[in-house]
Write a protein that binds this ligand. Structure first.
Ligand code: MTE
Length: 321
């Protein structure tokens, strides 16, 4: 039985507020210097989402889809890229340097389970087939901080159509790479590697469900989960799995990484709801990353018009944890 160890986000709300981070950042940015094309200060890479050398660079920037509006400023790239949850590279927010070890080419994605034909596809072949666009999305972490990102990618439903699942498929299960020689986090043996997440077929077909391959007008930076991750902006951030290597269509509800570790705190649905507290802190407000102020958290993170209908009739489920 896996025991409840203290994770980064198993903190009281006061401690989850990353005030220390902002004080640190002010000091760091004050003393930063431009070195060899990237800002590097105190050992932090400040701008790792680079296009150089990435074979998909020519596809960026993609045209913005104006349907998706923000209620706040875009989080500066350097703030976002130095405050990440990517446990494969460690359980602090400062994984940017370690994540540079991730080799994103060649990168193949296996598609299997209840599909007409199982297949494996190279990321660059997939990119040629998918309709790339930019979307401005809010992101709400279960730790009670939020940000806004210009993602580039394509609808998850386009990938589902490409995969050709059979009518028996009920869920899409996704899996992150697992290479112990690349990620120091894999040495933390108490975590149930690999990172797994899942959505229902209805969620996978929802207009908002987005497969991300770029950010800030460039191919996806490694700390963000290069070369391919998910963005489900109405759900807590842990549902947005990074660096995906396998997509399976299944009948059984996938048990995610965090659910395996602590089911009472991190469930399957994990829809954002300010009125349902995490067992150890409130979800009513969130810290705006990069600004330091707190704002009220919105139901479904403000995306109710797109997603609320999917959950009608499911009130008996733990939809918000
Ligand atoms: N995916 C993998 N493979 N590993 C992780 O640790 N962390 C999740 C999610 N996807 C995580 C992951 C969590 S908790 C959050 S909040 C977001 O990624 C963070 O995305 P960001 O670092 O781009 O902000």
């Amino acid at each position: 039985m896996l025991i409840a160890r203290r994770k980064g986000w198993e903190l009281p709300e006061s401690a989850a507020t990353p005030e220390r981070f902002f004080f640190d950042r002010r000091a760091i940015l004050g003393g930063s210097a431009v070195l060899g094309g990237g800002l590097v200060a105190n050992g932090l890479r400040l701008s790792p989402a680079r296009a150089e050398g990435d074979p998909s660079a020519g596809l960026f920037p993609a045209k913005r889809n104006e349907t998706f509006k923000l209620d706040r400023d875009i989080t500066p790239e350097d703030v976002n890229a130095n405050y990440n949850n990517f446990y494969e590279f460690g359980s602090t927010k400062r994984i940017a340097s370690a994540a540079e070890a991730l080799k994103t080419r060649p990168w193949r994605i296996k598609i299997d389970g209840l599909v007409e034909k199982a297949q494996e596809i190279d990321i660059d072949d997939l990119l040629k087939k998918m309709p790339l666009e930019e979307r401005l999305y809010r992101h709400r972490c279960v730790e009670a901080w939020g940000m806004a990102i210009p993602w580039t990618g394509f609808p998850l439903k386009s990938l589902v159509e490409f995969a050709k699942p059979t009518s028996a498929a009920k869920y899409v299960r996704m899996e992150t790479f697992m290479d112990k020689s690349v990620g120091p986090g894999f040495r933390q043996f108490w975590y149930p590697w690999p990172y797994i997440e899942g959505v229902t077929m209805a969620e996978a077909h929802n207009d908002l469900a987005f497969v991300v391959v770029g950010a800030y007008g460039k191919p996806l930076g490694k700390p963000f989960g290069a070369p391919i991750r998910l963005a489900l902006p109405w759900k807590y951030g842990f549902k947005s799995i990074k660096s995906i290597v396998k997509i399976s269509f299944v009948t059984e509800r996938p048990v995610s990484f965090w659910e395996k570790l602590q089911a009472s705190e991190y469930g399957f649905w994990a829809n954002v709801n300010p009125n349902v507290p995490h067992p150890r802190w409130s979800q009513a407000t969130e810290e705006v990353l990069g600004k330091g102020n707190r704002v009220p958290t919105l139901m479904f993170n403000g995306y109710g018009e797109f997603v609320a209908d999917m959950y009608k009739g499911l009130e008996g489920e733990r939809l918000y944890t």
